[in-house]
Design a protein around this ligand. Sequence first.
Ligand code: ADP
Length: 303
Amino acid sequence: DLLVVGSANADLVIGVERRPHAGETVLGSDLAVHPGGKGANQAVAAARLGARTALLARVGDDDHGRLLLDSLRTADVDVSEVRTGGAPTGVALITVDPSGDNSIVVSPGANARLTPADVRDALPALRSARVVSAQLEIPLDTVGEVVRLLGPGTRFALNPSPPAPLPPEVLAACDPLIVNEHEARVVLGDTGDGAAAGERSEDWARGLLALGPRSVVITLGAEGALVADARGTARVPAVPVSAVDTTGAGDAFTAALVRRLGAGDDLPTAAAYGARVGAVAVTRRGAQASFPTADEVARATAG
Ligand code: ADP
């Protein structure tokens, strides 16, 4: 029902007292290796919520690739469209300091080799999906090919992360375009007066809609989200929780949103569910480890 087209990375995490300067070595904690990448994260999050989910991605023929395939299979993601080889599995080298600030180096690896030809090879999966969801940790040309080959009955959602200016044909296909504040700025080409999205998000939503997407969702962290389409804009309140780790909140929100859109919800209803799932995810540590099941969402955010 849902096809996610995106990245799969191994996240290699080391805790440090402070970051090394150029030429310096510092000692850190034991290494932790977690499955990650926005594509794999969104696929796992959606499957955990009960969506029949497949992932079109590329990993290396290596241990990191096998770790990712294992985590996907454990979450019940269909991995028959996960390609193997061509480059090492994508890796994020992450150092975390005691204040929780991250420094991250990403090696896209196999993600950069997910090509338009891979999309054409996945045509039956693409055509049979109700909703196709993509991000930008894979080549933009590959996302462009997804958009070109979409069937008339398939809805397309894009989370442009990491953000980049988007070609008109990709923008026109988005229903919705899902952005956080930073992504909204980049997609709008906003040089910015530094005003927070909270104050201006209605303006941003109108500006984004003017670029061509059929609908827009702006996520605002603890402020919730804003949805917008030709009929107008609506605020989606956040579910109040005490956040311990916001890693993966956006992926959890997006996965929940597209899962509910695929089930026939309208955009505000689907976004409200996204906010509930995002809220549960921020009460738990990690990315994939923080994604709840539908039962857990119901229990944690009753009402
Ligand atoms: P990203 O991780 O992409 O920056 P956000 O931080 O905007 O995305 O989070 C996505 C969604 O998760 C928000 O729209 C909100 O619904 C939920 N969320 C995030 N942080 C919190 C929080 N501190 N409390 C409650 N909900 C949150």
